[in-house]
Design a protein around this ligand. Structure first.
Ligand SMILES: [Zn+2]
Ligand SMILES: [Zn+2]
Length: 369
């Protein structure tokens, strides 16, 4: 197949706006849709190309990347479910077509669960920064064999008694009547007269499974990893995707803000007065922190690029040290003497308050006359 550029695939100009792109996509997708071209592999390839082009050109970010750097760049950006957009639009388009054109309802699905599913995965603080391979174990739904996912004994269905086989029920609100899909049969008009004993009438069974997944360096809470084809299974054997939602555990010392790391470093008051060099435990080894004399409490020192690698760009954030000046809780007699000597050695400098207040006190005498 000739590798056409995305604009050529949709037969539009490079300056086309969103509406034009969408229109062009619909036209081309209809033309090459597999339902209209059964067994035509050329049409199938064109259909795929049309979808790929639309996924990129309908997304401002991806389109910009594509215009500047080409196909590879545009398709590399993750952004949740890359392949969903084109097909979602398409299915709603067909649904509309059938609704308006043929007056038919979309065929209700014969099972009661979503195919895509999500699990939560806890990751240790350091594992999230460094990346790790983890084993996930979870359970997914698969259609019950004995009842062919119907939930009915031996798979035998009868007319749904809730909707009398119509598939929808009517509710009255004031003088208006609303039709809604029958919740009992999900619109199929059929329901089980006797429950399947293997699945308790649910139509599915749950299966435990486990596999290893690579958690990339730099993930953070709220990130989702999509694992294709590991979700729930439909009666036609099609399988949804598994989404792994990452939860990163907190650390007692390090604080993470996006790709930056904060660490509080306690420094003794004499170290602050004299200046000092401190070994700070960084993420990739020891960082040498030079604390100049007279640094302030809560002062920040930034190690650029010693933070967390960004999960997408791999560029590292910063490692930020915050000083915490520590004073002795008690002092013994010898230390007291040393401090007094030190105090005395500074002369008038050691009593900045006296110097400052002398002038004020002089003036104050006149205030109360
Ligand atoms: Zn019903
Ligand atoms: Zn069953």
């Amino acid at each position: 197949m000739v590798d056409l550029c995305y604009y050529e695939v949709l037969n539009i100009s490079k300056t086309s706006d969103k509406t034009t792109i969408k229109k062009a996509y619909r036209k081309m997708a209809m033309k090459y849709h597999p339902d209209k071209n059964p067994g035509d592999t050329k049409a199938e390839e064109s259909f795929k190309a049309v979808n790929e082009a639309y996924q990129v050109l309908s997304d401002d970010k991806k389109r910009e990347l594509y215009d500047r750097y080409g196909k590879e760049a545009a398709n590399q950006t993750s952004g949740g479910r890359g392949s969903a957009r084109g097909f979602d639009d398409l299915s709603s388009m067909f649904e509309n077509m059938f609704k308006s054109g043929f007056g038919q309802r979309q065929k209700p699905k014969s099972y009661s669960y979503e195919l895509d599913m999500m699990i939560e995965l806890q990751v240790e603080f350091i594992q999230a920064i460094k990346g790790v391979q983890k084993e996930v174990s979870y359970s997914y739904k698969t259609p019950c064999k004995s009842c062919k996912a119907t939930g009915a004994k031996d798979g035998k269905l009868g007319r749904c008694s809730s909707c009398d086989g119509v598939g929808e029920i009517h509710t009255q609100q004031g003088f208006m009547t609303f039709a809604q899909t029958c919740p009992h049969c999900q619109g199929s008009g059929q329901s089980a007269t006797a429950r399947c004993s293997d699945c308790g009438g649910q139509g599915f069974e749950t299966k435990e499974t486990r596999f290893k997944v690579d958690i990339p360096a730099g993930v953070n809470s709220g990130n989702r990893i999509r694992v294709g084809g590991k979700g729930n299974i439909a009666p036609d054997r099609s399988r949804g995707d598994l989404y792994i939602s990452i939860v990163v555990k907190k650390d007692e010392h390090y604080e993470r803000h996006d790709d930056d790391i904060y660490l509080e470093v306690p420094v003794f008051f004499t170290q602050i007065a004299l200046g000092c060099v401190i070994d700070v435990p960084g993420l990739d080894g020891t960082l040498e922190l030079k604390v100049p004399p007279n640094s302030k409490d809560k002062e920040h020192f930034v190690f650029r690029g010693d933070g967390v690698p960004n999960v997408n760009s791999h560029r590292k954030g910063d490692f930020i040290v915050q000083l915490k000046i520590v004073y002795p809780k008690t002092i013994d007699a010898k230390q007291k003497k040393l401090l007094e000597e030190l105090q005395k050695s500074f002369g008038i400098q050691s009593k900045p308050n006296e110097k400052k207040f002398q002038d004020i006190l002089k003036k104050a005498k006149n205030w109360f006359k």
